[in-house]
Design a protein around this ligand. Structure first.
Ligand SMILES: [Zn+2]
Length: 149
């Protein structure tokens, strides 16, 4: 890692601290002794999402996050919880080394998690994401809930 101050090529790592998906490193330049911080980001394989109409697009974290936020509107679900769900989706498919996934799979996985957090948000998300074309699917989802509560 080149020193941003003097351009010296040899910099020393003082410490490394793993954060959620990135590693923070404190470095010191061997030449000018100045210190700086670098972040190492884990590069995940590009995840492609197949939509119901067969079209394919890259997984968009923000889009999924926005979808979940719509579902949790005025519900006692925190932004951190939403973040955690999206992180879980991302790392799940990365761990499985998947390069493609369907919107239905993602939707089901998000629903599984929302279900444990907030029933109303779960139903809202389900009705949008699943696009319950068949009424039976929706009644099933609601039924599953009342069985559990
Ligand atoms: Zn330097």
């Amino acid at each position: 890692m080149k020193c941003p101050f003097c351009g010296e090529k040899d910099t020393r790592v003082l410490d490394s601290r793993p954060a959620e998906t990135r590693i923070r490193r404190r470095r010191e330049c061997e030449s000018c002794q100045k210190r700086f911080t670098t972040y190492e980001v884990v590069e995940l394989p590009m995840l492609m999402v197949e939509k119901k109409d067969g079209s394919i697009q890259p997984f968009d974290r923000n889009k999924l996050m926005a979808g979940i936020f719509t579902a949790i509107k005025k519900r006692p679900v925190t932004a951190a919880q939403v973040q955690a769900i999206v992180d879980a989706v991302e790392s799940r498919y990365a761990n499985e080394m998947r390069t493609s996934v369907t919107t239905t799979e993602i939707g089901n996985y998000v629903m599984e998690q929302l279900k444990c957090i907030d029933a109303v948000a779960y139903i809202r998300f389900a009705s949008v994401y699943q696009d319950f074309s068949d009424v039976a699917g929706f009644i099933n989802a609601v039924g599953e809930l009342s069985d559990e509560t």
